[in-house]
Design a protein around this ligand. Structure first.
Ligand code: PLP
Length: 396
């Protein structure tokens, strides 16, 4: 028998699993080359050349045993030092090796943070819409996700809604910026409001809420937008970052968690993180840690995504669709011209278009359009999006 906890995790994912498989279904129906698949969140630009060069250099020049040996659970000291040095300069903050924990991607980072902080029955507040996997991560620690709405139309954080949801059981507020699925980068103003609410509630209730910021898309920001560095707004903040998107390395499983000195009970929490990385074995592989340290200043072709973003946003707006301007990540959040997002996504399939119903992210009335696809796919799909729109408007 599987555990009750695993039953709950499977159950929470099962309802949504089918929503991400329409691409395969349509490929069988029309042939893969005839499907405009905007449902997948996988980087489609290559990793920078420096990644391949570094892998070759390490493989050729580093003693094999050292290269492939177990690392400390929290990562290789020199790698942590290099990353701390990089972020210290980039964000103008005080960081050193002890603040950086190498993990197998942002998802691994979140799981380690949750195992470190959460007890049975604790609550994790998450603004909607959100990346559905968070629920599984919380359930695996026996904790609950508490969903709160973001602001209508803009999908900015709504500090008043978060205030209403905080109880004595609130341990974590989990945010994701730039956001999957909306593409919104939370503004400095909304982060200041959030910090005020958290400080106020900590004082009133005698609790100590940790703000966890999930940032796998931090380096994908467009039109000069900048992603605020969250610990500057609220001291008790932990960040989970990843190289999956910035270096286009999702399958290599590499990222890091930043726990600044300002985090409450820093010493205990860092020790907890080391233990979590050890017992969950979510620490990052040795070779790719070293690659990340060498390539941290490089990035994949973000301009490619920027061009896609302009083409899809402008193209859809011109047709008449209402969309949120994607400020970051590679997702466009489109308001469905019929109320029911499931119905809209199903109807889009008749036009060989695959999008994900917003309800999969607890954002009904919208669909997520991933623009990490070839530029040609976007250009070819726009006339199909127009046919779909015109037919809906004409009641066909
Ligand atoms: N968080 C969000 C919001 C994501 O969209 C993803 C992956 O797409 C992840 C976490 C997991 O990223 P990683 O590959 O770094 O584990």
């Amino acid at each position: 028998m599987i555990s009750k906890r695993m039953e709950k995790i499977i159950e929470s994912g099962a309802a949504m699993a089918g929503l991400f498989t329409a691409g395969d279904r349509l490929a069988k129906r029309f042939g893969a080359e005839n499907v405009y698949n905007f449902s997948i969140g996988n980087p489609n630009v290559p990793a920078p050349e420096s990644v391949k060069d570094t892998i070759i250099d390490l493989a050729q020049n580093m003693p094999e045993q050292a290269l492939h040996s177990y690392t400390k659970p929290e990562g290789i000291p020199d790698v942590r030092k290099r990353i701390a040095e990089h972020d210290r300069k980039k964000f103008d903050v005080d960081l050193s090796e002890k603040n950086i924990f190498m993990v197998a991607g942002a998802a691994a980072g979140l799981n380690a943070i949750f195992l470190t902080l959460l007890d049975e029955g604790d609550e994790v507040i998450v603004p909607t819409p959100y990346f559905g996997e968070y629920k599984s991560y919380a359930l695996s620690c026996g904790a609950e996700i508490v969903e709160v709405p973001t602001q209508p139309e803009t999908f900015e954080l709504d500090a008043r809604e978060i205030r209403k949801a905080i109880t004595r059981r609130t341990k974590i507020v989990l945010i994701n910026t730039p956001n999957n699925p909306t593409g919104v980068i939370y503004s400095e103003e909304s982060l200041r409001d959030l910090a005020d609410v958290l400080n106020e509630k900590n004082n009133d209730l005698g609790i100590d809420i940790t703000l966890v910021s999930d940032e796998p898309y931090r380096d994908l920001a467009y039109a000069g937008a900048r992603v605020p560095y969250i610990p500057k707004f609220y001291d008790n903040t932990i960040i989970s970052y990843s190289f999956s998107k910035s270096l286009s390395l999702p399958g290599e499983r590499i990222g890091y968690v930043t726990i600044p000195d300002s985090v409450t009970n820093f010493t205990e929490i860092s020790a907890g993180m080391v233990t979590a990385c050890r017992v969950l074995f979510v620490n990052a592989p040795s070779l790719i840690q070293r690659v990340a340290a060498v390539c941290i200043q490089d990035e994949c072709d973000v301009e490619y995504y920027a061009r896609n973003r302009d083409a899809i946003y402008e193209g859809l707006k011109e047709i008449g669709y209402e969309c949120v301007v994607p400020q970051g990540a590679f997702y466009l959040w489109l308001k469905t011209p019929i109320e029911n997002d499931f119905e809209f996504a199903k109807k889009a399939e008749d036009y060989q278009i695959v999008v994900v119903p917003g309800s999969a992210f607890k954002g009904p009335g919208y669909v997520r359009v991933s623009f990490c696809v070839s530029h040609e796919t976007i250009l070819a799909a726009l006339p199909k999006f127009k046919e779909l729109f015109d037919d809906i408007r004409a009641g066909r």
